[in-house]
Design a protein around this ligand. Structure first.
Ligand code: KIV
Ligand code: NA
Length: 267
């Protein structure tokens, strides 16, 4: 596989070509994703839930993400590797710099932070220092104790306007990518068209530039009721997949040809 970089994704965006991303936490699955042509890997703090067994992402540390990022990098160095900055690792700009240093040195190509316009300063500082930042907006699981659960965001006109404005602010500050989680499809489409940087969606409709799912979810390995946007590609007989590599490849094709997500997976 040729290396996938932010420049690759910029070309894709200009050409209207979609890209696939999955979360991944270890070398064996990262290798399977390489064989399946998955273009981007997210070392998500969802590992706190799916790997560590916590009931939120809050207990995850920078050292945890760095450990898993290094395993992915050894196995699949040509995928674009995004690494999550965990809870309270970027509450100050200096903490954010320290965490980003650790994750970039572990092999990340991009770091991801959750939030809105309040992240502008941090994103500007990191961007100028050579750390591409993906801003994760919409349902941001690190705020579960503020939201009081995991719910669709940007549903009222006012909330949609704020989300749109936050995206503009963060791109102007230097964000290299955006990730929209559980956002109405029409709003995600409008945001994607309005910014020059690649936008990844999860529960954000089919019109974002890329799609991401938690790997365990798309393999049907869950410990709780899956969200509406999840699709089990392993048991989807339409794909005629017989193994995990084939399942990743089926997801990749569905993203590329825009058959995933369908309206049934969207808000
Ligand atoms: O940690 C994660 O898996 C994520 C995705 C759900 C976007 O941030
Ligand atoms: Na995350």
């Amino acid at each position: 596989n040729p290396p996938i970089t932010l420049a690759t994704l910029a070309k894709y965006k200009a050409a209207g070509e979609k890209f696939s991303c999955l979360t991944c936490y270890d070398a064996s699955f990262a290798h399977a994703m390489k064989q399946a042509g998955i273009e981007s890997i997210l070392v998500g703090d969802s590992l706190g839930m799916v790997v560590q067994g916590h009931d939120s992402t809050l207990p995850v540390t920078v050292a945890d993400i760095a450990y898993h990022t290094a395993a992915i990098k050894r196995s699949n160095p040509n995928a674009l590797i995004l690494a999550d900055m965990p809870f309270l690792s970027y509450a100050s700009v200096q903490d954010g710099i320290d965490g980003a240093r650790t994750l970039m040195q572990a092999g990340a190509n991009v770091v991801k932070v959750e939030g809105g316009s309040e992240l502008a300063e941090l994103i500007g500082v990191l961007g100028k220092a050579g750390v591409p930042v993906c801003a994760h907006l919409g349902l941001t699981p690190q705020l579960v104790n503020v939201f009081g659960g995991y719910k669709v965001q940007g549903k009222t006109a006012e909330a949609a306007e704020k989300l749109f404005a936050d995206c503009q602010t963060l791109v102007a500050a230097g964000a290299a990518m955006l990730l929209l989680e559980c956002v109405p499809a029409t709003l995600a489409k409008k945001i994607t068209a309005s910014v020059p940087v690649p936008v990844i969606g999860i529960g954000a409709g089919v019109d974002t530039d890329g799609q991401v799912l938690v790997m365990h979810d798309m393999l049907g390995v869950y410990t709780r009721k899956p969200a509406k946007f999840v699709h089990n590609f392993l048991t989807d007989t339409a794909n005629e997949t017989h193994d995990i590599i084939g399942t990743f490849a089926a997801y990749h094709r569905a993203v590329k040809d825009k058959t995933f997500p369908s309206e049934a997976h969207s808000f």
